[in-house]
Write a protein that binds this ligand. Sequence first.
Ligand code: HEM
Length: 221
Amino acid sequence: MGMISSSIARKVAMALSGLFLVFFLGQHFTINIMAVIAPDLFNETSHFMGSNPLVQYLLQPVLIFGVVFHFVMGFILELKNRKAREVSYAKYKGSANASWASRNMIISGLVILAFIGLHFYDFWIPELIHKYVESHPEDPTRYYAETVHKFENPIRVGLYVLAFVLLAVHLWHGFASSFQSVGFNNKYATALTKFAKMYAILIPAGFIFIAIYLHLNQIPH
Ligand code: HEM
């Protein structure tokens, strides 16, 4: 009984942390699309998020914990699944009925993890140094220019776009299946699965649009 409940608990924890990150992606997309449609609003919102104590000292640590928890749990589940598969290989016919996306969540997950590493190097760490190490006088209008200039380098844009494609593959299976993992299986399940599949395409496609738009619309330094 312990074994099963702990594996179900792990799956539910994985699904809930995944749903939290899906919500974060929607919020993050909403803020960053402003850099395309309303740069002043982007500056105002980034300054609010960057200087609000609740965001900085509660929500951001929770987010970083959620990211780390999801990846660590992902590795644990992958290792346990591989072990289980070895034991029951005779019965398990490889890819017979599982999509590439579902069989390779660890690959798309690793690419997203590598992206987050680059992304933290590009945005989050410079932001922390700006605020807490160098402690510059706050300039609420700096965010737009800083973000646009990050997309000047075509190699960075290429890596971001590649990561967003794998993000779509990861979400394509992960978002919809997380509802099943938390036992959400009622008359709304079909509509929710359709919404999850659309979200898995539209949000990464939106991030690709932002990256290419900012690359093609550079502003002088
Ligand atoms: C074109 C697309 C994107 C742009 C322009 C963008 C921009 C930014 C910026 C400006 C920050 C620094 C915010 C701050 O701390 O002041 C940031 C942080 C962050 N980004 Fe992105 N981002 C993009 C896509 C993504 C994606 C796809 C993910 C997840 C897979 C992601 C995950 C994060 C995380 C976890 C943080 C650190 C927490 C935070 O400060 O909000 N970003 N991003």
